[in-house]
Design a protein around this ligand. Structure first.
Ligand code: ARG
Length: 460
């Protein structure tokens, strides 16, 4: 038999391989809830404008509600012959309520239906992702407040550069995630536009009221142009672009967590529940969660490239190509949600090994810049100060001692401008406390920044 939804003009059934090759039910079944929601809104609107009777609408809404329950109980067997989620549900509806079920598709096409489903689904996905982002930011802010006074080496080129507070480092992460959340919420505005009513591509001859449907579905407004509404997937690409930047950030955080848990750094402890062991090396405790998040970044970048390439050069309006939008988008959502969930659970459980951080900050002459700044305040030109401190560092390397571990007499050999107050600046505490301005690493600034970050979070 030819396909019951569109087989009228066909004289032979679809080739079995072609049916399987073109079917999307294998992956679009996860849209069932949003597909049904869209159909209920569409039927409600059709009754409102008199295209369906109230009885017909009630039969359709009842039928769809029961089908959703059946799906949730796992009672529906998806049919590849019925291609996709739309026709599977519609066929089930007609089985259930008879001829009236066939009226649901009045004034609608699968083209505007699928575009609507994806937007509804993605909108819910975005809200879930936004919730996880808030939770992660909260965790980072709380940890930063706990570690506002904890001193660690700050790095450039992964070489010890200047001391910073661990809280300051954590708030840098928080800023990165806050920008990601801003990007996400901005993209949401362009997701929340309703394609329904565009029908196949040109609109429909029925007296539909798209404002009613848009309101029922919580969309900001109906899409302005029917050709654009059914064809573009820029909103999905935007989401994967957001996701790529987020994963890039998570991968950087992951990389640092992996480094810091190594025996060579030994800056933090990750609880056992976020790690796994080795089947051969009994001593191992591997930071699998951050490693895996770092690794998953690649597939999200790949999905963004897939979607960009999918849409490249497509003529208006709908093309079957667009069916390929779903798997990359779904996997991006799953990956981002999973990675954020892991991070949201893990960050509050990070324990700083502050003694190790402190000892590491003392190695590597992290207060050399402070000594140079001190000399500049005494009237030495910065370039000369740089040279003087360079010599002091060379001496320290030879002697195996930090600047703060030299005597005043030794220091004075490099410059007569050095007095006994120098030790207030050469200590790690003095160094961080001196960077006392907005955006600086001083513990008081970290506490103030954490407070501002908290407020920004509640304003979302
Ligand atoms: N399964 C299709 C998709 O995912 C639904 C729209 C099909 N429309 C069509 N004219 N074949 O895009």
């Amino acid at each position: 038999t030819t396909n019951q939804s569109w087989g009228g003009r066909f004289s032979e059934p679809t080739d079995a391989f072609v049916a399987a090759f073109t079917a999307s039910i294998g992956f679009d079944q996860r849209l069932y809830h949003h597909d049904i929601r869209g159909s209920i809104a569409h039927a409600t609107m059709l009754a409102r404008v008199g295209v369906l009777t109230d009885d017909e609408r009630d039969a359709i809404v009842d039928g769809l509600t029961q089908i959703e329950a059946e799906i949730e109980r796992g009672e529906i067997e998806w049919s590849v012959a019925l291609e996709d989620i739309h026709m599977n549900i519609e066929a089930r509806l007609t089985d259930r309520i008879g001829i009236v079920g066939k009226k649901l598709h009045t004034g609608r096409s699968r083209n505007d239906q699928i575009a609507t489903d994806i937007r509804l689904y993605l909108r819910d996905g975005i809200d879930a992702v936004a919730g996880e982002l808030s939770r992660l930011r909260q965790g980072l802010i709380e940890l930063a407040e706990r570690e506002a006074d904890t001193i660690m080496p700050g790095f450039t080129h992964l070489q010890s550069a200047q001391p910073v507070t661990f809280g300051h480092h954590l708030l840098a992460w928080q800023e990165m995630i806050a920008r990601d959340q801003e990007r996400l919420l901005d993209a949401r505005k362009r997701v929340n536009i309703m394609p329904l009513g565009a029908a196949a591509l040109a609109g429909t001859t029925y007296p539909i009221d798209r404002h009613v449907t848009a309101e029922l579905l919580g969309f900001e407004r109906p899409a302005e142009n029917s050709l654009d509404a059914v064809s573009d997937r820029d909103f999905a690409i935007e989401f994967t672009a957001f996701a790529s930047l987020l994963m890039m950030h998570l991968s950087r955080m992951s990389e640092e967590l992996v480094l810091w848990t190594s025996a060579q750094f030994d800056f933090i402890d990750l609880p056992d529940r976020f790690c796994t062991g080795s089947s051969i090396m009994p001593q191992k405790k591997n930071p699998d969660v951050p490693e895996l998040v770092r690794g998953k970044t690649g597939r999200v970048y790949g999905h963004m490239m897939s979607l960009l390439t999918l849409m490249k050069s497509q003529p208006l309006a709908y093309n079957k190509d667009n069916q390929e939008d779903k798997e990359p988008l779904f996997d991006t959502l799953d990956t981002v949600l999973g990675s954020l969930r892991a991070f949201g659970d893990m960050i509050p459980a990070v324990r700083a090994k502050s003694d190790n951080m402190y000892a590491a900050a003392k190695r590597g002459f992290a207060t050399a810049t402070d000594l140079a700044d001190y000399l500049v305040r005494q009237g030495v030109a910065f370039r000369d100060a740089h040279e003087i401190v360079g010599k002091a560092v060379a001496f320290g390397i030879e002697e195996g001692r930090d600047l703060s571990e030299m005597t005043l007499e030794e220091l004075k050999r490099f410059s007569s401008y050095i007095n006994d107050d120098i030790f207030d600046y050469l200590t790690l505490e003095g160094s961080v406390a001196a960077r006392n301005h907005i955006g600086g690493t001083a513990p008081d600034q970290v506490r103030a920044a954490a407070q501002r970050a908290r407020e920004a979070l509640t304003r979302l």
